[in-house]
Design a protein around this ligand. Structure first.
Ligand code: B12
Ligand code: SF4
Ligand code: SF4
Length: 477
């Protein structure tokens, strides 16, 4: 933990005692907890919650996941063992965790320009001003409120499905279209820590954003920031799931938040399903989910705060069957893992199901009813850069290593490197070439691009290019 040795600063507002005295002052801790939430909101976080550090009942799930090898090549997941579920062992002195949520869905995705507006022919059931279906659940009022907030708002998910099914388009998952979120959240969390220190003097703390072995979703759930969806991500009824999480581990015994009560998901309706043109709907799962062994003797998930009800859309929509059971994700099958975390050759069995997703995947979130009115971000850093919401495979495959470095500076994508980027694009191009609906001119251009790239390709890239060329339906005629 960072406990800066500087002298206590003048105290702001009504939080008077220095950190040492505060630990014994129950009323002061309550006030400080409230002020911290105010400061977090002032810093632009959408929500903030405080939890204790007892993740004992998450340990079995984590251990089962690791034992089953579901982490694949992500050795860092196994490296710290159960410390991931033991914040006080990871950072000595930690007694509370402040979790924050920050939405990343850019307004341009939700309110597309005319050029990228979905044509009614693609998603006929979608009407921008249509209220959600009447719900027989107690959520009807909330649904109406959500509809009012979203009035005039395009059902942005239809636009995403359209691109996922479009031959020649390259789909980068929504979270990676702007600047790298790690830096954005880290800076804001550090400012929050500084603000607390200004008020109470030095205190033990450490900032985490996806960077260390921490069970972030579980901590945020316990801090009341949402519930765990069957796709394993955190969801909130007013925010959906398109948000990032970050944490401040602290040594102050602040009062903890409670987990939200249970409710059913919004009533399912045809308009929420991916259109038939979407590969998620059209491409058969590589290995049927039923055929995948789930972890035996799995302890049941705690029932508190669940709002998925009988819904299982995310499980059914996953192109690779990666959600092998509710709340169990085999990362080795997940397109996000295969395109971002997995080094080396992408297993052939998964290549077709990857479709045109070249970095990450959003399908399990796009089908989720709670994301129809997912919260839109007001963080300019998450604005789409370099046309990543509307680029073609051809455009992105043409980037040289230098182009990639320059354009992806400040983006999370840069981490995978140019070779892996091209590997992913080659797979997506192969899948485009396998589509009968691909325009012949575009087909020719894609084949030429692949052939041109053979000269100077690394063995890894060459193998993916050869696979892609072998998918070309045009080569059969
Ligand atoms: C590793 C990782 C991945 C891996 C594995 C994902 C996973 N679900 O485990 C891969 C690369 C696949 C991945 C993909 C994505 N990720 Co990710 N990822 C992480 C990371 C670094 C760790 C997650 C983790 O600990 N997994 C380990 C397993 C054991 O944890 P778990 O699923 O929470 O498991 C619990 C239960 O599900 C259950 N369980 C799981 N397996 C089993 C098995 C049995 C038998 C039992 C009983 C229980 C059980 O018990 C566990 C403990 O409670 C977190 C950041 C962090 N440090 O936490 C981000 C994080 C979860 N990812 C995030 C995002 C945005 C994504 C993507 C949406 C990105 C994209 N668009 O491509 C996808 C979504 C895929 C999905 N459906 O999860 C966000 C999620 C925000 C949110 N709303 O929840 C996080 C929190 C990053 C952040 N700081 O914002 N990710
Ligand atoms: S991100 Fe895509 S591949 Fe991964 S679990 Fe969700 S739908 Fe499946
Ligand atoms: S799609 Fe359905 S089951 Fe999956 S997270 Fe959303 S509400 Fe839960």
């Amino acid at each position: 933990m960072n406990a800066k040795p500087s002298a206590p600063q003048p105290v702001a507002g009504d939080v008077r005692p220095a950190a040492g005295d505060l630990r014994q002052d129950a009323a002061g801790l309550v006030r400080l907890g409230e002020r911290i939430k105010d400061w977090a909101r002032e810093l632009g976080f959408d929500a903030v919650g405080i939890s204790d550090v007892d993740l004992t009942d998450a340990e079995a799930g984590l251990q089962a996941w690791l034992d089953a090898g579901h982490h694949g090549q992500m050795d860092y997941m196994a490296k710290h063992g159960l410390k991931r579920a033991r914040p006080a062992e990871l950072v000595e002195g930690t007694v509370r965790v402040i979790s924050v949520r920050l939405a990343y869905l850019p307004a341009s995705v939700v309110m597309p320009t005319q050029a990228s507006t979905v044509s009614p022919a693609v998603s006929p059931a979608v009407s921008p001003t249509r209220a959600p279906p009447a719900s027989a659940t107690p959520l009807a009022d909330e649904e109406a409120a959500r509809a009012a907030r979203g009035r005039g708002r395009h059902d942005w998910r239809a636009g995403e499905w359209q691109r996922i099914g479009a031959p020649g388009e390259a789909v980068v998952s929504v979270y990676a279209r702007g600047r790298d979120y790690h830096k954005v959240l880290r800076q804001r969390l550090q400012r929050l820590a500084d603000r607390i220190e200004q008020a109470i003097g030095p205190f033990g703390h450490r900032v985490f954003v996806d960077s260390a072995p921490v069970l972030e979703v579980e901590l945020a759930r316990r801090g009341g920031l949402g519930w765990r969806g069957k796709h394993t991500l955190l969801l909130h009824r007013d925010a959906g799931s398109f948000f990032f999480l970050g944490e401040l581990f602290i040594d102050l015994p602040l009062p903890v938040d409670t987990v939200a009560p249970t409710a059913d998901p919004p009533a399912a309706s045809a308009e929420l399903a991916p259109p038939a043109a979407s590969p998620s709907a059209a491409v058969a799962t590589v290995v049927p989910v039923a055929a995948v062994a789930t972890v035996a003797d799995a302890p049941p998930r705690p029932a508190d705060g669940q709002h998925c009800g009988q819904c299982r859309r995310c499980l059914d929509a996953c192109p690779t069957g990666a959600i092998i059971a509710p709340y169990q994700l085999d990362a080795r099958r997940c397109i996000s893992y295969l395109t971002i975390e997995h080094r080396g050759s992408i297993p052939v069995a998964f290549r077709r199901a990857i479709g045109n997703r070249v970095y990450g995947c959003d399908d399990c979130q796009l089908v989720c009813p709670w994301n129809k009115f997912a919260r839109v971000t007001d963080v300019p850093d998450f604005d789409v850069r370099h046309g990543l919401d509307g680029s073609s495979l051809l455009q992105l495959f043409a980037w040289s290593a230098q182009d990639f470095e320059t354009r992806m500076a400040g983006s999370a994508i840069r981490r995978i490197g140019h070779e892996q980027w091209q590997r992913n694009l080659a797979v997506a191009i192969g899948n485009a070439l396998a589509m009968p609906s691909l325009d012949p001119v575009q087909r020719g251009a894609l084949v030429d691009a692949l052939r041109d790239a053979c000269a100077g390709a690394t063995p890894l890239l060459r193998e993916h290019i050869d696979w892609a060329l072998a998918q070309d339906l045009g080569s059969e005629t």
